[in-house]
Design a protein around this ligand. Sequence first.
Ligand SMILES: C[S@@+](CC[C@H](N)C(=O)[O-])C[C@H]1O[C@@H](n2cnc3c(N)ncnc32)[C@H](O)[C@@H]1O
Length: 264
Amino acid sequence: MNRTFPVRLARVLAEVTGIHHDPARHYLLESRLSGLVERFNLDSLESLGILLEKTPADEGLWSHVYDAISTGETYFYRDQPGLDRFFSSLPPRSSIGTDPVRILSVGCSSGEEVYTLALMAMEAGRLEDFRLAGIDLSFGQIEKARAGVYGQRSVRRVPEDLLRRAFHQEGTHYRVRDRVRSVTRFSRGNILSVVSPLDSYEGILCRNVIIYFDDETRKKLINIFYRLVSPGGVLLTGTGELLPDGGAPFQIESRNGIVLYHKK
Ligand SMILES: C[S@@+](CC[C@H](N)C(=O)[O-])C[C@H]1O[C@@H](n2cnc3c(N)ncnc32)[C@H](O)[C@@H]1O
């Protein structure tokens, strides 16, 4: 296999998904995508790139690529201090009066982040005050999120008592109870292209996603997020994941390594 990553493939992946080819992850990406070269009877990774350039980003071949390149590492209560700050910074109600507080997790992977917020809302006695949405590039991750069934590794940080109250145990796995699931919704989508101008959220989480994006894509994201966050709302990125230009026009609040972006 070629030692340099195929240029056209790298370019089309970055253009469509925002995910930039990182030389340190070269072999990982190469091995994940090589399966598709075989499956679609292509002769090289570069041919895959050429085919992807001609294929609309929502069609079959791309769905395999999204699943292959998605690094879906996540678990319940990941980086909890950030989640706590985010949760306590949310406006008490939606900007449109008595409607629930709307939250969007961008790059939600298999759903643990969204369900964690639902558990936090439940523990605060406010589950029904929230509507929690997640979107992810990968069809496979969204299927898992909708199923809401997790292994021990995913739930290892859920306190035992909460695990009993919020999940049904099924053998070695845990299924999120319907009451918690009822305030959640998951959809397959690309944050760089699917956003409806009518959507609006009091809070957006985008954690452990933009590390794979370059500065230009991050700038584009600021505008997308600024349109999506309602006035008074807040955006949380992952620890150490900064938006360019201080996230302007958001107002940045940085404390103990946790960065919140406020829309006044
Ligand atoms: C490492 S996971 C992060 C999961 C969770 N947010 C967390 O912090 O635990 C990154 C996810 O971002 C998704 N992703 C990457 N680029 C995306 C894009 N352009 N639109 C939507 N999701 C994207 C990937 O498919 C992957 O599931």
